[in-house]
Design a protein around this ligand. Structure first.
Ligand code: KG4
Length: 339
């Protein structure tokens, strides 16, 4: 009999459901929420309401596209956190209800584990997956972490941001430039046309493997403020060069600590990236180049699996299912980071 897992993701502003059958992806449906565009950021209350509207059609569509019936499911995996608590409650409550109705196990998934394990999502037999232990640079809107992945369920954080995440640096600087939210993808597109050596922004000098991005944000803000006093058209006239220089600085910061981590862990031969910022063209190219130069194997996720998606929740849930690692019905979601 097949092991068929339904994954549900609702940690922020994407409602997603996916089906994994014996480790193979059968469907992955994502409904975004355009309601936040007018506010320049995610409005938690609006996000949970939109999840309530989306969850039933999204789950139905995932089951339909997988070509199965609800009664074929072996277990339900859901994102238990971190994320927005109201959003998480919608997915958690729905998963609980369905698990009771179908009489099948419930599996809690840490959203960050999902990003780290997204490299194991198989769309066909040719998908190449990492070997343990590997190092994962997890860069998203809420987190920037360097993680050693020992196995599917054992991971240790060896470095993380002490303030803003890389995604926040992209988004906050983009906002200062007047770009829509989330600004990361806009910076990525503009950077492709710009000169990355045109502007210099400050880089952090903190010891160890931890990251910091708040100084860069301030330095970016002050540069724009000073230049706008001299020339009110400064941003418009330098958009692409500003984006390229900002992106270059973020990549330099990310790579600097990753390089330190690699040198401290010579046993690691494979580097993976994950999270929304791993969709960035410059980051992807820089990681590929770095790995090539140092004789390491790079795992760069398909763009569809970089931002929030239930395929990664279903695959993380599948590995827990194989270990019979289920959760009780009184489980409560958590908002803050825990790996
Ligand atoms: O992983 P994710 O959906 O959020 C969390 O789980 O926290 O990542 C969202 C972040 C946002 O900050 C967004 O601007 C960034 O990923 N992002 C990008 C790109 N695509 C998404 N940043 C830079 N370049 C991109 N192409």
């Amino acid at each position: 009999m097949s092991d068929i897992i339904l994954g549900i993701e609702s940690s922020c502003d994407d409602t997603s459901a996916a089906v994994i059958k014996d480790g193979m992806l059968m469907s992955n449906v994502i409904a975004g929420q355009s309601v936040h565009e007018a506010y320049g950021g995610v409005v938690p209350e609006l996000a949970s309401r939109a999840h309530q509207q989306n969850i039933v059609p999204v789950v139905s569509e995932a089951i339909k596209r997988a070509g199965i019936e609800k009664s074929d499911l072996s277990a339900i995996a859901f994102t238990a956190g971190p994320g927005l608590i109201g959003s998480l409650l919608v997915g958690t409550s729905f998963a609980k209800g369905l698990s009771i109705a179908l009489g099948i196990p419930l599996i809690n998934v840490n959203h960050l584990h999902g990003h780290v394990l997204s490299h194991f999502i198989k769309e066909d037999e040719t998908t190449e997956v990492p070997e343990f232990p590997y190092m994962c640079l997890l860069i998203s809107g809420g987190n920037s972490q360097i993680i050693i992945v020992e196995n599917y369920n054992k991971m240790s954080i060896i470095g993380q941001t002490i303030d803003d995440a890389a995604g926040e640096a992209f988004d906050k600087c983009a906002k200062v430039m007047g770009l829509p939210y989330p600004g990361g993808p806009y910076i990525d597109r503009l950077a492709a046309e710009g000169d990355s050596s045109k502007f210099k922004f400050s880089k952090p000098h903190i010891p160890g493997l931890d990251y910091s991005f708040s100084g860069l944000k301030t330095s970016f803000l002050y540069t724009l403020r000073d230049e706008l006093k001299k020339n009110p058209e400064f941003i418009e006239q330098n958009k692409a060069d500003l984006a390229a220089s900002l992106q270059r600085t973020i990549i330099d910061i990310l790579l600097d600590k990753l390089d330190k981590a690699v040198k401290l862990h010579p046993e690691i031969k494979q580097i993976a990236i994950g999270g929304g910022v791993s969709a960035n063209s410059g980051v992807r190219a820089a990681i590929a180049d770095y790995c090539k130069l140092h004789g390491l194997k790079a795992f760069i996720p398909k763009r569809a699996f970089t931002t929030d998606n239930a395929a990664m929740v279903a695959i993380a849930g599948y590995f827990k299912y194989l270990e019979k690692d289920f959760c009780a019905l009184d489980i409560v979601p958590f908002a803050r980071v825990e790996v």
